[in-house]
Ligand binder design. Structure first.
Ligand code: GLU
Length: 283
């Protein structure tokens, strides 16, 4: 196996825009420069938001842009068993607990406490369900109450010990997953989450360099912890900057004007679109 394997991992929830092109080209170029492998993964665990036509269109857009990837493409919706097995390991190790709180319960608990530690994504889960007795958990589960499975991050960190991870742009980082709190790893009806499936998949696909936007920089602290708990190898990371519009606002799928399809329909060539995405020399 060659030394560097990267991947692009879009969710088929809309059409790809220049920001996705930047991210895909970033990973593709890193692999190419190292004569490594470039993989594709479809992150479609959310059936409510993902659509087969978006997946078909994004494959077509990436090929039009000039990207080539190894097959088979990994589609997350086909691998629930892998995520279930990883979750079971964490549950068996006593690192996961069921949380029956609704969003409203969480907001009320935070208001009652008068303060809440904040993480990069907002207030942290206040831990209401962490200390529920086994009997109460069983009773509520048996009653059919909806629940999420949360990671007991403090206990998990104690188990794993100190961890570090390396970003090619920003150097070594001490892992501080507690800044995200007790994150949700799965739900009663969805046996996985972004964090769990991405960690499992990067390992199963043999990814050695995870390239993605810097909006996911903090998530990497948690992914490093999950790797350690699951006995998975740690890759290297390279988080890249995000493309913004002329007002400095990050591009989003709703910005149809910059979708690759719109640019293509307007007559732009793949080379022009690669240049707009920040890669004038790729191709
Ligand atoms: N599926 C994620 C997204 O579309 C990317 C996840 C990753 O690269 O780790 O934002």
């Amino acid at each position: 196996m060659s030394a560097v394997t990267t991947r692009f991992a879009p969710s088929p929830t809309g059409h790809l825009h220049l920001g996705h092109a930047h991210s895909a080209l970033f990973g593709w170029q890193a692999a190419r420069r190292a004569q490594g492998r470039f993989l594709l993964r479809i992150e479609d665990i959310d059936p409510g938001r993902c659509r087969a036509d978006f997946e078909r269109d994004l494959l077509e857009d990436l090929a039009w842009l000039g990207l080539r990837w190894e097959t088979p493409v990994r589609r997350q919706s086909e691998h629930a068993d892998d995520y279930r097995a990883a979750l079971a390991r964490l549950e068996d190790a006593g690192l996961v607990y069921p949380c029956f709180c609704t969003r409203k319960d969480i907001a009320a608990e935070i208001a009652r406490a008068g303060h809440a530690p904040h993480g990069p994504d907002g207030p942290l889960y206040p831990g209401t369900c962490r200390t529920r007795s086994a009997a109460e958990r069983d009773r509520r589960r048996d009653a059919g109450d909806a629940f999420a499975l949360r990671l007991d991050v403090r206990r998990a960190m104690e188990r794993a010990g100190p961890l570090r991870w390396h970003d090619r742009g920003r150097g070594w980082q001490d892992a501080t997953p507690q800044i995200l709190g007790d994150v949700v790893l799965a739900r009663k009806d969805t046996p996985t989450s972004y964090h769990l499936s991405v960690t499992v998949d990067d390992a199963l696909q043999g990814v050695t360099l995870v390239t993605r936007g810097e909006d996911l920089f903090f998530a990497t602290h948690l992914h490093r912890l999950l790797q350690a708990l699951l006995g998975l190898p740690a890759p290297e990371w390279h988080h890249h900057g995000l493309l913004t519009d002329e007002r400095g606002v990050r591009l989003a799928k709703r910005d149809g004007a910059r979708s690759l399809r719109t640019l293509r329909a307007a007559g732009h060539t793949p080379a022009e679109v690669r240049a707009m995405a920040g890669f004038p020399d790729a191709g």
